[in-house]
Ligand binder design. Structure first.
Ligand code: GLN
Length: 282
């Protein structure tokens, strides 16, 4: 049997559709491009090309793992964020497009300060947020904190990949614990924010991601309470706190920030129109 690019993509997309996978064709293309080490565009240009049997077998293995619920990004070991291809594995949350407005907003704010600046990223995970900020703000340095050593290994790998390792320091610990005595121009975080009782109902692929990166406690707001009450001590005068929030959490987080003395509190929506980022000054 001989299989062309077109045929294997069609077969995989059909299997994914039947399994109710969200983006069947896209997932099939990303996996095949990964196996062949091609850009996705080439799948169209060379769609008649007959594939070597070993590539077909390797692709089928990945298709089967996808059908078992593994996210595409864990199968390819990479995910694009802010135009950069980050390495990811099962120890880190997969960067989401929704989070780009957080990175972009804080990046613009820091660049606007027009001088050497330092910011902290709490729960840095793969490093997608802090590394993309460092990449776009040459005058910035970052302290990246994560409670998971395995996650920090991924973040360090990405910092080296994008040549910002000399401007990033990595700390293993719980939120501000390893930063005692330091102050920052900005604090950024995409903390775990899913209410515990909702975790089991998440999509199969999200349930493959680290619980540690998702579980926000009973109402999902635990990490915001802790971050917001400690942040004033770790911000320089006029500093910025910016956090990603889950659906319907923005107002509650705004209220927490007001109670802690923050001012100029702003809420930003993501591309789907959902309130996604809360930013506050001190
Ligand atoms: N955005 C993720 C989701 O909806 C959650 C990330 C988080 O808890 N910070 O699955």
């Amino acid at each position: 049997m001989k299989f062309s690019v077109f045929e294997v993509l069609k077969a995989a997309s059909e299997q994914f559709s039947a399994a109710n996978i969200d983006n069947p064709r896209l997932d099939a293309e990303i996996l095949l491009a990964h196996v062949l080490k091609w850009r996705r565009l080439r799948l169209y240009v060379d769609s008649d090309k007959i594939l070597p049997l070993e590539s077909v077998l390797r692709f089928n293995q990945l298709v089967n793992r996808r059908l078992e619920g593994f996210p595409v990004a864990y199968l390819t070991g990479s995910k694009d964020f802010m135009g950069l291809t980050f390495a990811v594995n099962e120890n880190v949350l997969i960067p989401r497009p929704d989070t780009e407005i957080l990175a972009e907003g804080v990046g613009k704010y820091l660049r606007g300060l027009g001088r050497e600046v330092i910011f902290a990223d709490l729960g840095a995970g793969s490093g997608a947020i802090c590394i993309s900020i460092l990449k776009f703000v040459q005058s910035a340095r970052a302290a990246a904190v994560d409670i998971s050593n395995e996650a920090l290994e991924v973040a360090k790998f990405n910092a080296i990949k994008f040549h910002v390792e000399d401007r990033a320091e990595f700390f293993c610990g719980d939120l501000f614990a390893p930063l005692e005595g330091k102050t920052f121009n900005a604090i950024v975080s995409n903390p775990p924010y899913i209410p515990t009782c909702e975790l089991d109902a998440l999509q199969a692929e999200v349930r493959r991601e680290p619980r540690l990166a998702l579980d926000g406690g009973a109402d999902g707001l635990n990490f915001y309470r802790r971050i917001i009450s400690d942040a004033p001590r770790f911000l320089t005068a006029g500093g910025l706190l910016a956090v990603e929030v889950g659906i319907n959490q923005a107002q509650a987080v705004k209220t927490l920030a007001e109670a802690a003395g923050f001012v100029d509190i702003q809420i930003f929506k993501d591309l789907a129109g959902i309130e996604r980022v809360v930013a506050a000054g001190i």
